[in-house]
Design a protein around this ligand. Structure first.
Ligand code: NDP
Length: 478
């Protein structure tokens, strides 16, 4: 496969003619070439987006709706091809990639309708004046996304940016460019006007940095690691750019003594290991009431060991390959750290080499116990198929452990006690709290993290507000 930049409606190589290797993580082999673009391509993409902006921004909402819907249909029509590309590129099981392609198309469909429904407020100041808020598109905006849910998170940014009337320069992760390339083809197929969406492939410190530094890209929507987010904020802050930062997490999954235990355990296996644990919303710290601890531990260990790890294209596979060699090494190094910190590995804890995929980057689903809440294993993001188990005696203790991290993305709570569910949810320092469920998403709800997990929210009107500039107009009535 040859991945190309998509600038001004054309698929093209990087201006400097350079490309770099893209790996299939299940095989540990190069299988594609990706443009190794730099600031020159970002500048071309900006020029194209800027030229397209005057027409796109005033295009009637019905027309924007049609284009975004057509893109959704284009993804749906080629769903298996997209899913296979995502699975090979990222290492995730094909069946999971297929679900994500459905959800990526849904992102475009959802924001197509948002383009039609988005409205502004007006405020009557008694009989003296009427105020109304114009929510105007910003201009050219930048969207930067990570490798874990490549097309899903890419579309989650691009769709609202376009629906709100902006034109876009976007960069997917260099590790997972395949579906962004296929999306470029779909944009060509549906005749999206040239320059409305531009996709530049390449390294974060080159392409991403050039986007953040570009003086006329006025807003950046970024999803990725907290360290990168800090760097972006330091660059973009003094330029007074609008910033939306969706960053890392260290999510707790709390099981109370009154939980529906079978349901809690079944979902917790997913919460822990879905997509190799490479979902920002995965629970990596499992907190269990002491009365249930032994039972939950036994079940989690048994079920983690039973998960089929291997060929992402085999429908029996539950856990695929880790996205890249550096990330694989990072996850393994955290397992070593956990042991040094006194953790006992109850399941997994090692690299796997499934038959036919001996050179791939696989890690067995790993369950660790015996660590306190303040150690590095329990406070730093690992972002792999690794969970720790801790027990608690009281609700206060559970809350204290859950909140004892700099991150605040998502928490999951298992209890049948309604009062406790409300009380506990209100005290958790997280942007998202799930009670008796996980990953149940309504695209209208605010999505994002507290503390070091980010700034701002995506989803529904939050995303439409981020991608517009409010202007109040006050008209005197007398
Ligand atoms: P990174 O922060 O490494 O990268 C994210 C994106 O930023 C990539 O496209 C990357 O490019 C780019 N980038 C890197 N350096 C710069 C820079 N200096 N300027 C601009 N862009 C840059 O994150 P990962 O890709 O490793 O993704 C995993 C992280 O994402 C985890 O921390 C996870 O928690 C978080 N995440 C958060 C979510 C949320 O909603 N809060 C959702 C999903 C993931 P390149 O790939 O080329 O380095």
């Amino acid at each position: 496969m040859k991945v190309l930049n998509f600038i001004n409606g054309e698929l093209q190589e990087a201006v400097n003619g350079q490309s770099m290797d893209n790996y299939n993580p299940a095989k540990g082999e190069v299988y594609a070439q990706v443009p190794d673009s730099d600031h020159q391509d970002v500048h071309l993409a900006y020029d194209a987006a800027q030229a397209a902006y005057p027409n796109w921004s005033v295009l009637p909402a019905e027309e924007k709706f049609k284009y975004l819907n057509a893109i959704a249909e284009g993804i749906d029509k080629r769903r298996d091809e997209f899913a296979l590309a995502e699975s090979i590129d990222q290492g995730k099981p094909f069946w999971l990639a297929k679900n994500e392609m459905i959800r990526s198309a849904q992102n475009f469909r959802f924001f197509a309708t948002a383009a039609m429904q988005f409205a502004s407020e007006s405020h009557a100041t008694e009989d003296r004046a009427i105020n109304y808020t114009l929510r105007q598109s910003i201009g050219v905006v930048g969207c930067i996304s990570p490798w874990n849910l490549p097309l899903y998170l890419f579309s989650w940014k691009i769709a609202p940016a376009l629906a709100a009337g902006n034109t876009v320069v976007a960069k997917p992760s260099e590790f997972t460019p395949a579906t962004a390339h296929l999306l470029s083809e779909v944009c060509q197929e549906v005749g999206l006007p040239h320059g409305v969406l531009n996709i530049v492939h390449g390294l974060g410190p080159k392409v991403g940095q050039a986007m953040v530094e570009h003086p006329r890209i006025k807003a950046i929507s970024f999803t990725g690691g907290t360290a990168t987010g800090k760097h972006i904020a330091a660059t973009a802050g003094p330029m007074f750019k609008k910033l939306s930062l969706e960053l890392g997490g260290k999510n707790p999954n709390i099981i109370f003594e009154d939980a529906d235990i079978e349901k809690a355990i079944k979902t917790t296996v997913n919460t822990s290991f879905l997509n190799q644990g490479e979902i920002c919303l995965c629970g990596s710290r499992l907190l269990v009431h002491e009365s249930l601890y032994d039972k939950v531990k036994e079940e989690m260990v048994k079920r983690a060991k039973a998960l089929v790890v291997g060929d992402p294209q085999d429908e029996k596979t539950r856990v695929g390959a880790i996205v890249s060699k550096p990330h694989y090494e990072k996850v393994l190094s955290y397992i070593e750290l956990a042991k040094q910190e006194g953790g006992r590995v109850l399941a997994g804890g090692e690299a796997l080499h499934p038959e036919g995929f001996e050179s791939g980057w696989f890690i067995a689903p790993t369950v660790i116990e015996g660590l306190g809440p303040a150690c590095r294993t329990n406070t730093e993001e690992i972002f792999g198929p690794v969970i720790t188990l801790m027990s608690f005696k009281t609700e206060e203790e559970a809350l204290q452990i859950a909140n004892a991290t700099e991150y605040g993305l998502a928490a999951t709570v298992w209890t049948e006690n309604l009062t406790r569910a409300h009380r506990f949810a209100s005290q958790l320092e997280f942007g998202i709290v799930w009670v008796n469920c996980w990953l149940l998403r309504d695209l209208r709800t605010p999505f994002g993290g507290a503390k070091s997990s980010g700034v701002g929210r995506e989803g529904g009107w939050e995303a439409m507000r981020f991608f517009t500039e409010p202007k109040n107009v006050c008209i005197a009535l007398k």
